[in-house]
Design a protein around this ligand. Structure first.
Ligand code: GDP
Ligand code: IMO
Ligand code: MG
Length: 427
């Protein structure tokens, strides 16, 4: 999708996350100068399979495996610094050079141990099924204008004052939630004192780096986390994450305006999965769900939880095309459907009143009651994992993709037929 006129591309998840964004970013990063993560945090788990080794990246952008790419963590990310350094050590141990290639926005908010404790405490009553990585409480503090940012580490007395307030508030909240654990100010101060000398040398105005790169005609890839239906505005609220996962979040989270963006690639599985609670209209019956989970290895890359599985939902993807302004689709995991004789595809919803739904219902109660209308497409029952061009695919697989494209109202630009980097078809 990169060409001289398209130098700034966004890659987003167009369903409920885990669509294969890591794989697509890795594939596209071969031609990118910069890769930027712009929202979410260590709740993400992006898998990149190089064949000999495989990586699950949580905060490091998925461009890190191409040596000439510079990776940036933008201001919109909530950064867990301890996790980040652990992740850096892990990728370095696998032979990846990181020093001088990874920079962090000094405007990014910090996820600290008390955020994780609050996240888990809130789960007892809210039951969103969060990843427990402290994402919600950190974004709450950010919009509440009392967060701690990377830049605050430049003045540790100021950071200490902010922490004093934050720890007191966290302890009040824990008491209100009826949780016995308490947070220690001292431990948090010590943590920041330890982290500051490691974090500050790589902290900078990453938005400016992106802007200058684009002015010089360089190629920039903006890597989204989660998926459109987990967006705090557009997703299945309240069963969502706490950031704007849709393409608009790429502007605010990377620090460039919308006029710089040349294209948005939406990654979708050839079927649908979701991890955590909330409605999933095309969820399959137990037998098919287990079959999809087994064939697709559908277990969370961050928490190891089994993912809920179902059929492709064209209502979801059409909605995603709108809220993201998708200019192309990457359909992943086509190979997972190789053995099915017949494949249902959800084309529309019928509401509880028996009438067709015009669009995506705003509330989860209504969405939870819709009945998907299915079309049953013939399977191909052949191995697709060695296909490298559309012509290599069985006719029924091509017909399946054509139908997904028509229903989604966006052109398919990539088809992925296996976990590895080389298992990709550029359309
Ligand atoms: P992300 O969060 O969107 O980056 O996706 P995850 O990495 O959490 O989950 C996607 C999973 O599917 C990973 O285990 C990938 O290795 C795997 N995967 C990606 N593309 C394909 C594909 O085309 N076929 C198969 N079989 N697996 C894939
Ligand atoms: P990637 O980037 C799938 C889900 C959680 C939960 C909800 C809120 O790998 O696609 P949070 O911890 O963010 O407050 O949890 O969002 N969730 C994801 N599901 N993939 C992800 O990331 C997710 N990140 C969060 O399961 O339902
Ligand atoms: Mg994932």
């Amino acid at each position: 999708m990169f060409d001289p006129k398209h130098t700034c591309l966004v890659v987003v998840g167009a369903q409920w996350g885990d669509e294969g964004k890591g794989k697509l970013v890795d594939v596209l990063a071969e031609r990118a100068d910069h890769v930027v993560r712009y929202q979410g945090g260590a709740n993400a788990g992006h898998t990149v399979d190089l064949g000999a080794t495989s990586f699950v990246l949580h905060q490091i952008p998925s461009g890190i495996l191409h040596e000439r790419t510079t990776c940036l963590i933008g201001n919109g990310v909530v950064l867990d610094p301890e996790q980040l350094f652990a992740e850096i050590d892990e990728v370095k141990a696998k032979g990846v050079k990181v020093d001088g290639r990874l920079f962090i926005s000094d405007r990014a908010h910090l996820v600290l141990p008390y955020h994780k404790l609050l996240d888990r405490a809130a789960e007892a009553s809210q039951q969103i099924g969060t990843t427990g990585r402290g994402i919600g409480p950190t974004y709450e503090a950010k919009t509440g204008r009392r967060g701690l940012r990377v830049a605050d580490l430049r003045d540790l007395s100021r950071a200490r004052a902010l922490l004093t307030e934050a720890v007191a508030r966290a302890n009040q909240t824990l008491e209100l939630l009826g949780v016995a654990d308490r947070v220690s100010l001292d431990e948090h101060v010590k943590l920041l004192e330890r982290l500051a000398p490691k974090l500050l040398p790589v902290a900078t105005d990453t938005g400016r780096i992106v802007f200058r790169a684009l002015k010089e005609g360089k190629r920039v890839l903006l890597e989204g986390a989660q998926g459109a239906l987990l967006d705090v505005d557009h997703g299945t609220y309240p069963f969502v994450t706490s950031s704007n996962t849709t393409a608009g979040g790429a502007c605010t989270g990377a620090g460039i305006g919308p006029t710089y963006i040349d294209g948005v690639l939406g990654v979708v599985k050839a079927y649908t999965t979701r991890v955590g609670n909330g409605p999933l209209p095309t969820e399959a019956d137990t037998e098919n769900e287990e079959r999809l989970r087994k064939l697709g290895h559908e277990f969370g890359a961050t928490t190891g939880r089994p993912r809920r599985c179902g059929w492709f939902d064209a209502m979801v993807v059409r909605y995603s095309v709108r809220v993201n302004g998708l200019t192309g689709l990457a359909v992943t995991k086509l190979d997972v459907l190789d053995t099915f004789a017949e494949i249902p595809v959800g084309v529309s919803y019928t509401g509880a009143d028996g009438k067709p739904c015009e669009g995506m219902p705003a509330d989860v109660e209504t969405l939870g009651q819709v009945k998907p209308v299915y079309e049953r497409l013939p399977g191909w029952q052949k191995d697709t994992s060695a296909a490298r061009k559309l012509a290599d695919l069985p006719p029924a697989a091509r017909a399946y993709l054509d139908r997904l494209q028509d229903l989604s109202e966006a052109p398919i630009r990539y088809v992925s037929v296996g976990t590895r980097r080389d298992q990709i078809i550029e359309v």
